[in-house]
Ligand binder design. Structure first.
Ligand code: ADP
Length: 497
């Protein structure tokens, strides 16, 4: 099959979260199965043009009613894709829209004012790109709200009689990576789509007096999915549906959950060049070396007997940081003062949280944090820590708990979304499981569950060792997930035939 990924992020070019990892890794997984994959993303300011190749000629993109904007198109090969079946990444270059710092915004302007236009333009450009290169996909796979207009254009403009042609046999799939981000904007932005106002209502853009990008994509895509089976079920309920649970129930025949894999070329303790010594379930000496390196890096006592709790996270409410670090509310003080452990964190995000965390490092001798983004340190934490904490409010899939399992670092997680699908709870009686789960998101539950893990560390080391081996044997490779995507593409194709 010919598959076009339409996404606002793809590693290594542009990343704010798991979406970027998933788009590139899934593409590589699908290419390995023999499919022809191409990716289109915007050419943000941070993507250096000199490392890309430019396609000759500018590309006109229709916008609004009868207007046109111009774009250049650059290309590059996706690193990690094979020579035999390489994956081409196309970059839509529009100086006004994408030539600024930031993918969706900057710290001073977190959501660019022109985001509805930026991503409307981007989705429209994806179709023009196919015309320009005379390559029409069988499947158009859109990701999250910034690409959600692609299925809408396909259904209401490109696959209909009287269109310019080329997409008659194309089907669309929309993957929801995080239902919390829907792209809701004033409906004055709708004219810029160039779609008639009948489509505003028929495609489900309407969201009270606003327009909702994701919702329109959810109504229009031939198939929908999210990134874990459990999150797919949760999002059909009012508690987790972010007001769109009704749409998901309405589309439930076409809606499923497919667990993300992890990039095992990058996240693999046997091959990882970012840790001092590689290791496997049969020889864990490399994990001990990583632990020492982690303690050394953060200036902690280099004691192998003290359990280390690690975190690598965006510092935002979704990740449970309020319950951990909220002033006079969070449990981090009690955890670090009451328990014999060390705590290390790498993260960036909300300003209050960054400030709170920076203050803690100087006041708690066993707590250390680095504010910022660092691939290198995230690998050292995954390998060197003994436990990995993710007290998420919701988690569509979650990658870090899978990285942790692969590195024999036992996750302590809230029972939600993909965390439920990937971490098996510890059973004290049998010594089974791969991590520690809790239900309620409050400081007391986090405190108790960290305490439970620390208790097992000091009193049931044989269980911890067995859990590590079990965790490391788990197969989270993309191969399995890529096959499920192929099945979904086939089902989507059958629907329109
Ligand atoms: P989300 O996409 O909601 O942030 P995921 O667990 O699905 O959560 O993916 C997060 C990804 O971003 C992981 O690859 C994680 O390692 C990475 N990440 C998050 N914060 C940082 C950071 N400060 N430094 C390095 N990597 C980070």
């Amino acid at each position: 099959m010919k598959i076009l990924m339409v996404s606002s992020e793809a590693v290594p070019f542009a990343k704010t979260g798991g979406l970027a990892d998933m788009v590139s890794a899934l593409s590589i997984g699908l290419a390995k199965l023999g499919h022809e994959i191409r990716i289109v993303i915007p050419r943000y300011y941070a993507v250096d043009r000199s490392s890309l190749e430019m396609l000759p000629g500018a590309m006109g993109v229709p916008v609004g009613y009868g207007c046109e904007e111009w774009s250049a198109v650059y290309t590059a090969k996706l690193p990690g894709s094979s020579k035999k079946n390489p994956i081409t990444v196309y970059f839509i270059d529009h100086e006004n829209f994408f030539g600024k710092d930031g993918i969706y915004g900057t710290p001073t302007e977190p959501d660019f004012l022109d985001n509805p236009r930026r991503f409307t333009f981007f989705c429209r450009a994806a179709f023009q790109l196919c015309r320009k290169i005379r390559w029409f996909p069988d499947v158009l796979h859109a990701h999250d709200w910034p690409a959600a207009l692609a299925p809408v254009y396909l259904k209401f403009a490109e696959r209909v009689k009287g269109s310019l042609g080329g997409f008659e046999n194309t089907v669309s799939v929309l993957t929801i990576h995080n239902l919390g981000y829907q792209g809701i904007y004033y409906k004055d932005n709708f004219d810029y789509t160039g779609l008639g106002w009948d489509v505003f209502y028929n495609a489900g853009f309407e969201d009270w007096s606003m327009m909702n990008f994701l919702k329109a994509g959810m109504y229009s895509a031939d198939k929908l999915n999210t990134v874990s089976p459990n999150y797919a079920e949760e999002t059909k309920t009012q508690a987790h549906g972010f007001r769109l649970d009704g749409v998901l129930r309405y589309r439930s025949a076409d809606y499923s959950g497919i667990l993300n894999g992890i990039d095992t070329a990058v996240w693999n303790p046997q091959k990882d060049k970012l840790i001092p010594k590689s290791y496997s379930a049969n020889d864990m000496s490399g994990k001990e070396a990583a632990k020492t390196a982690l303690q050394h890096y953060f200036g902690l006592a280099e004691d192998p007997d003290l359990p280390i709790i690690g975190m690598v996270t965006r510092l935002t409410g979704q990740k449970g940081v309020g319950e951990l670090f909220g002033p006079s509310y969070g449990c981090i003080w009690s955890i670090c003062r009451d328990m014999k452990l060390q705590f290390v964190l790498l993260g960036s995000g909300e300003a209050w949280c960054e400030q709170e965390i920076m203050g803690l490092s100087s006041r708690l001798s066993n707590f250390r944090a680095q504010i910022g983004y660092s691939e290198d340190i995230s690998h050292i934490i995954e390998a060197g820590a003994d436990f990995f904490l993710m007290p998420s409010l919701y988690e569509p899939c979650g990658l870090n708990q899978m990285y942790s399992l692969a590195y024999g670092t036992l996750p302590i997680v809230r029972r939600t979304g993909g965390l439920t699908d990937t971490v098996e709870n510890y059973d004290e009686g049998k010594g089974t499981g791969t991590g520690f789960l809790f239900d309620d998101l409050n400081p007391q539950s986090i405190y108790n569950t960290v305490g439970w893990a620390v208790w097992a560390w000091y009193n049931r080391r044989e269980h911890i060792d067995a859990m590590r081996v079990r965790a490391m044997k788990h197969d989270f490779s993309w191969e399995k997930s890529a096959k499920k995507y192929v099945k979904m593409y086939e089902e989507a194709s059958e629907k329109i035939l």
